[in-house]
Design a protein around this ligand. Sequence first.
Ligand code: C5P
Length: 209
Amino acid sequence: SKPLIIAIDGPAASGKGTLARRLAAHYGLRHLDTGLTYRAVAAELLASGEDEPDVAAAVAAASRLDLAAMERDRLAAHDIGEAASKIAVMGELRRALVERQRQFAAEPPGAVLDGRDIGTVVCPDAAAKLFVTAKPEERARRRTEELRGRGQDVDYEAVLEDLKRRDARDMQRADSPLRPADDAHLIDTSAMTIEAAFRAAVAIIDRAV
Ligand code: C5P
């Protein structure tokens, strides 16, 4: 039978990653955090020490990526997130990564993919699409807590400003900007527990599939 694909998009620290992992476990699907694909390429370019990000080097890194071996822990650093959102405007790199992401999604029994352009570009035929949002202040609070939990000394106001800048860059880029697909279901997690967001998502998906 056809692989089951669930698309989850939203801005940074909206709760989409946690939700995607839980949904994958619930439905017995594989999970791909597509933000990690951009981060892994960015980390390679940063490590190579070039000043100007080079498209050819980025595409080569994308083709070498081992999607199953990427870990957020190793790629969580703030400068890697910044670099990822800067290289994410490169059309040629996006096409290379989208190709890899589609191959991942197409393998049985299917997958939950989370990112910025899953419902609009990567998997427009997904069985269910969610767009997960939360107020910037709430997302900044969660991200500050997460980074402090990883032992990083961060300031809430600085995290909030970074998130807003990254949102603006992701929403305003010409290629695959962050936006809900026309048929996406919106979940605002500002005042929701993880458990409540999970139940809301399962209710939507069970109706759709
Ligand atoms: O989700 P995460 O913060 O790890 O993503 C890092 C950056 O990668 C985002 O700010 C965004 O610019 C880019 N990205 C993207 N498309 C995706 C996933 C991430 O452009 N599907």
